[in-house]
Design a protein around this ligand. Structure first.
Ligand code: AP5
Length: 194
């Protein structure tokens, strides 16, 4: 299965991805985690993207596309993967489609997690108390949400038009949301086999 998690900051993409890869045995590819690791390691790439991430803006498409392309070329991605936080712009989605088309492959499901904005804000402010993420503060959270609306939300129509989009209510306990995701993926798998 090739799966994409779509949704605004704080909706639960990371949390659900970690649970899902444990049951599907496919790699979890989070561009946010890859970029944070590059910043921690102070690599050239990390130095290039640090200011954008701290400010809640997106890293340049070319940088992220290149990063994901290299990762998807690894042998563990041959039987599928779970993309978390990529694509995040229409050009990123188009480049992914082009790369997939070369091997006659396609995305099986785009899981669009949704939660109202007050809850997103609550979750991220709560995480800020426990974890040290430079982009979890009032001003940057607002910027990330604005960037999501402007740059990422057009992907909802993009994948809806490709008939691979599934909206999933992200409100409730982590396990409740996970059950909803499993139900959707079960149906996708059945349709694929039919
Ligand atoms: P990224 O790391 O992808 O962050 P994000 O999209 O802002 O998402 P978050 O990690 O904040 O939230 P999430 O949806 O994963 O929720 P989580 O499970 O953590 O990207 C960070 C930055 O990297 C971007 O701003 C950008 O600069 C750059 N970047 C990344 N990808 C890029 C790309 N493709 N192009 C360009 N730039 C890119 O949950 C949040 C909190 O809620 C947690 O504390 C969790 O415990 C809690 N929680 C989860 N589920 C529930 C629940 N059901 N009930 C209550 N609490 C819950």
């Amino acid at each position: 299965m090739r799966i994409i998690f779509l949704g605004p900051p704080g909706v639960g993409k990371g949390t659900q991805s970690h649970k899902l890869v444990d049951s599907l045995y496919i790699p979890h590819i989070s561009t946010g985690e890859m970029l944070r690791e590059a910043i921690r390691q102070k690599t050239d790439l990390g130095l290039k993207v640090a200011a954008q991430m701290e400010g809640g803006r997106l890293a340049a498409d070319e940088i992220v596309v290149q990063l994901v392309r290299q990762r998807l070329a690894q042998p563990d991605c041959r039987n599928g993967y779970l993309l978390d936080g990529f694509p995040r712009t229409l050009p990123q989605a188009a480049s992914l489609d082009l790369a997939l088309a070369v091997d006659d492959e396609a995305i099986d499901a785009v899981l669009n997690l949704t939660v109202d904005e007050d809850e997103l804000f609550r979750r991220l402010m709560d995480r800020a108390k426990k974890e040290d993420r430079g982009d979890d503060n009032d001003e940057t959270i607002r910027k990330r949400m604005e960037v999501y609306d402007d740059m990422t939300s057009p992907l909802i129509k993009y994948y809806h038009d490709q008939q691979v989009l599934h909206r999933i209510d992200g409100l409730g306990t982590v396990d409740e949301v996970f059950e909803r995701i499993l139900a959707v993926l079960k149906k996708v798998q059945q349709d694929k086999k039919a």
